[in-house]
Write a protein that binds this ligand. Structure first.
Ligand SMILES: *[C@@H]1O[C@H](CO)[C@@H](O)[C@H](O)[C@H]1NC(C)=O
Length: 433
C-alpha cells in the first residue's frame, strides 16, 4: 500500500507524515461511516450500507462503496498519479492504476441465464460448467448452467446438492469428474461449510467426499499427482488467512482415503487465487489476505468491509515439495480463482481486483489480460477487457478466449465494482512469446 522509493531520513520522515495523514483520514472516515450507518439503519433496515443493492439500473446491481467515500474518485486518483509524475517523491504506489494494454476486438455472445458474482466454472472439452454464485447479495444460485463453445449457446441446467456451498468454492477436474470443496453456504457473508462433493459430468450424478478438516472460503484447489490439493483460503470467520494445505487421494470420482492428509503449508494464506497444474508442477497466483465479514450480531450475516491486502505473489511446488517463489504478476491480482486458462504452456489470467484506491479506499478492479509464460517465467499484459471485472469465469476454445459473469466496474473512469453480469465475451487469443 505505502511503498517508499526514496531513501534517507527526509524520505522516512515524509513517509511517516503520510502514514499519519492516511491513518487520520481512515479514523475520521470510520467515524463518519459508523454514524452514517447507524443513521441509515434507524430509518430503514432494508437499505444495505456496506455492500448495497443499488436501484438505479437493475436489481442485480451490487455496489460496495462506503458512505464516507468522496463522490469523485477519478479526480483524486489523477491527482495522486500526477504528483508522483511531477517527481515530488513517490509516496503512494500506483498499483491500483490500469496498465497500458493492447486493445482487443471483443465479440458479445449470448448472455448466461442468470447473472453471477463469485460463481465457479470448470471447462471440460467444449463445455463450460458454471456453478453457484450470488445473484444479488441477498440471493444465491444453487444450480449449474452449461455453455457450449461449439454452438455458443447456454443449456442443460441442473441442480446442485442442497448442502453444497453457493460461493467461495474450491474446484478442480480430471476431465470427467469435478471435485468441489467447502465454500460459503448462503447469501451475504454467511458461514462456510466443510462439505465436499464430486460431480460425474457424464451421468450428472453427485457424490459426497470426506469433508475438509475445517471449512475454508475460496481455497486454492487443484488435482496433482492423483491427489486433490486444498491450500490457503480464509478461515471460518471469512477474514483470517489460512496457511493450511491438505490433500486427499482420489480416482475416478472416488476418495481412496477416509481422511485428508496434512501437506506443507502455503507461504502466504488467503482466498481468491488462481491455481493450476502444468507439466506436473503446481502453481498458485495472486490472491489476498482479509475479506468482507459478517457484521457482528447481524441476523442476516450482513457483509461488512474489512481491510484486505491484495498480492501478486506466485508460488510453485515441484518434486522437491518445497514452495518456490516465481516472478510476481504485473500488479497485485485477486478474485481470479476461475478467471484463467492454460494455453501453449502459458497461463492467461483475466481481470480481478487489485490494491484499493489509496485515497478513496474503494475496491479497484482490473481490466487487463495477463499472460505468464511457464517456459520463460515472463509476464506480459496481452490485452484490455471491454470493462474491468472480478470473479469472472474463463474458458478457451479453438483460438477464442471467453469470459462470462462476475462484477464489472462503474465505467471507464471509475474502477470501483458495480453491476453483476451474465454477459459472455470472446476474442481471438494472441499470446506473446
Ligand atoms: C499455440 O501453439 C500452436 C502450435 O505452435 C499454434 O498454432 C497456436 O496458434 C498457438 N496458440 C496461441 C493462442 O497462440
Amino acid at each position: 500500500m505505502v511503498r517508499p522509493s526514496g531513501s534517507g531520513k527526509l524520505g522516512s520522515a515524509k513517509l511517516v507524515l503520510v502514514c499519519v495523514g492516511l491513518l487520520g483520514f481512515a479514523l475520521v472516515a470510520d467515524f463518519l461511516w459508523a454514524s452514517s450507518s447507524r443513521f441509515a439503519s434507524s430509518f430503514s433496515s432494508s437499505i444495505p450500507s456496506d455492500w448495497a443493492s443499488s436501484h438505479d439500473s437493475s436489481q442485480n446491481t451490487l455496489i460496495f462503496p462506503r458512505k464516507d467515500e468522496p463522490k469523485d474518485s477519478s479526480k483524486l486518483g489523477a491527482a495522486v498519479v500526477k504528483s508522483k509524475d511531477a517527481g515530488s517523491g513517490r509516496v503512494l504506489s500506483a498499483t491500483f492504476a490500469d496498465l497500458p494494454a493492447p486493445g482487443l476486438n471483443w465479440e458479445k455472445m449470448a448472455a448466461a441465464p442468470v447473472p453471477r458474482l463469485d460463481g465457479a466454472a470448470i471447462q471440460i472439452k467444449n463445455l463450460l460448467y458454471v456453478f453457484a454464485g450470488y445473484g444479488t447479495i441477498d440471493s444465491v444460485h444453487s444450480h449449474v448452467d452449461i455453455y457450449n463453445f461449439i454452438d455458443n449457446t447456454w443449456g442443460g441446467r441442473f441442480d446442485m446438492p442442497k448442502k453444497m456451498a453457493h460461493s467461495h468454492l474450491g474446484m478442480a477436474t480430471d476431465g470427467r469428474y469435478i471435485y468441489i470443496v467447502s465454500g460459503q453456504y448462503g447469501p451475504q457473508c454467511r458461514g462456510p461449510t466443510a462439505s465436499t462433493f464430486v460431480l460425474d459430468t457424464e451421468t450428472k450424478q453427485w457424490r459426497d467426499l470426506p469433508p475438509l478438516p475445517v471449512p475454508r472460503y475460496a481455497p486454492a484447489t487443484q488435482l496433482w499427482r492423483g491427489r486433490l490439493h486444498v491450500m490457503g483460503g480464509s478461515k471460518e470467520n471469512r477474514h483470517t488467512p489460512a496457511l493450511e494445505h491438505w490433500s486427499l487421494a482420489v480416482k475416478d470420482g472416488e476418495a481412496l482415503e477416509k481422511e485428508w492428509r496434512t501437506e506443507i503449508p502455503i507461504p502466504r494464506g488467503g482466498p481468491h487465487r488462481a491455481c493450476s497444474v502444468v507439466e506436473d508442477r503446481l502453481y498458485v497466483f495472486g490472491g489476498q489476505e482479509g475479506d468482507f465479514m459478517a457484521k457482528p450480531g447481524s441476523p442476516i450475516f450482513k457483509c461488512s468491509r474489512r481491510n484486505e491486502v491484495v498480492y501478486g505473489d506466485v508460488y510453485m511446488l515441484d518434486d522437491e515439495m518445497k514452495w518456490k517463489e516465481l516472478p510476481p504478476l504485473p500488479k497485485p491480482d485477486s478474485h481470479i480463482e476461475f478467471a484463467w486458462v492454460v494455453v501453449n504452456n502459458s497461463i492467461v489470467i483475466v481481470g480481478g481486483t487489485t490494491d484499493k484506491h489509496p485515497v478513496t479506499k474503494k475496491m479497484v478492479l482490473n481490466g487487463e489480460v495477463f499472460q505468464f509464460n511457464l517456459d520463460t517465467l515472463k509476464w506480459s499484459v496481452i490485452g484490455k477487457l471491454p470493462y474491468r471485472v472480478k470473479t469472472t469465469l474463463v474458458g478457451y476454445w479453438n483460438g477464442w478466449l471467453y469470459f462470462t459473469s462476475g462484477q464489472r466496474d462503474k465505467g471507464p473512469d471509475d474502477p470501483a465494482p458495480k453491476k453483476v453480469l451474465g454477459d459472455v465475451w470472446r476474442t481471438k487469443l494472441k499470446l506473446s512469446l
